[in-house]
Design a protein around this ligand. Structure first.
Ligand code: DC
Length: 215
């Protein structure tokens, strides 16, 4: 069978993992999946049903009826969508409902691509424990909150940086303390701290790690 090269990128919110994963996929000609967008779409789906994202039945219904080809990119990028995602992500039934899609994407990437890059919180630990390369991207909460605040401001939000830092700490706590697939580095993950690194420098470091494991 055709061998697919799988790259797992995990890390907390606004660590730079999404930008890094997207650049890596383009560089190697691999397929890219932002798994956070699935949880965001489920959270937004529950809200669209007139329910709270904390309502398990509504969240599960949204997960089971999720159509990934119809995710509204704009609607899932708001601060509220991020909060809703973090609420539905604690539910084991929601995680189970979207696990198969993620695994299929990783091992049978669309377009017959020779590899895949998935980013999230539990790719290296749960979704793709056999990934060829695992990178856990981190950065200080302050720098992550600053990056997210700039992004939000750019899209017209008036939220304060202090509020974004508070949200960031709360999301970190929820993502890493939940019982179901908590965010943590896999034992065989490479740690990449981007606090003092530019996107280009982080990309260069990740390429070095991946090239080494390909050779
Ligand atoms: O990366 P992000 O901010 O788009 O993720 C949104 C939320 O989804 C985050 O709070 C945690 C959750 N998530 C998860 O639990 N597992 C993943 N593989 C990806 C995201």
């Amino acid at each position: 069978m055709r061998r697919v090269f799988v790259v797992a990128i995990d890390g907390p919110a606004a660590s730079g993992k999404g930008t890094l994963a997207r650049k890596l996929a383009a560089h190697y000609g691999f397929a890219y999946l932002d798994t956070g967008s699935l949880y965001r779409a489920v959270g937004v789906g529950a809200i669209a049903m007139g329910k709270s994202p904390a309502d398990e039945a509504a969240a599960l219904e949204a997960a089971l009826s999720l159509d990934v080809s119809r995710i509204d990119e704009k609607a899932i990028r708001t601060r509220e969508a991020g909060e809703a995602a973090s609420l539905v992500a604690v539910m084991p039934a929601v995680r189970a409902a979207i696990l198969r899609f993620q695994r299929d994407f990783a091992t049978k990437p669309p377009g017959g691509k020779p590899g895949s890059v998935l980013d999230g919180r539990d790719i290296g630990t749960v979704v793709c424990p056999d990934a060829d390369v695992k990178i856990f991207v981190t950065a200080s909460p302050e720098i992550r909150a600053h990056r997210r605040w700039l992004e939000l401001k750019g899209s017209g939000s008036t939220v304060s940086e202090t509020q974004v830092l508070e949200d960031t700490r709360e999301r970190d706590r929820r993502d890493s303390e939940r019982a179901a697939s908590p965010m943590k580095p896999a034992h065989d993950a490479h740690l990449l701290d981007t606090t003092d690194l530019s996107i280009e420098a982080a990309f260069g470091e990740a390429v070095r790690i991946i090239d080494k494991s390909m050779s």
